[in-house]
Design a protein around this ligand. Structure first.
Ligand SMILES: [Zn+2]
Length: 71
C-alpha cells in the first residue's frame, strides 16, 4: 500500500517516491475535507488521491489503483 513520508512525500508500492511542497499537501488535505482531490505526482505518471483530510489511494501506471492504509 502507498505510504506517506511526513510531511509531504508519498511512496508507491512500485518503489517510486513522489515529492511535493508541504504547502501543496496541506492544501490538498484541507480541500479533501469537502471533496476528493487528485494530485499528479512529480513524474506525471502517478496520481495521489486525498479524501476526508488524508491520502486514501495512489494510482500507479504499473500496478493500478492502490488503496492507502487508512481504510
Ligand atoms: Zn507506482
Amino acid at each position: 500500500m502507498p505510504k506517506e513520508i511526513f510531511p509531504s512525500s508519498y511512496v508507491c508500492d512500485c518503489g517510486y517516491v513522489s515529492h511535493h511542497f508541504e504547502n501543496t499537501i496541506k492544501e490538498m488535505k484541507r480541500l479533501s475535507l469537502k471533496r476528493m482531490q487528485r494530485l499528479g505526482s512529480d513524474d506525471g505518471a502517478h496520481v495521489i488521491i486525498f479524501d476526508g483530510g488524508e491520502m486514501t489511494a495512489m494510482s500507479c501506471p504499473q500496478l493500478g489503483t492502490l488503496r492507502g492504509n487508512h481504510d
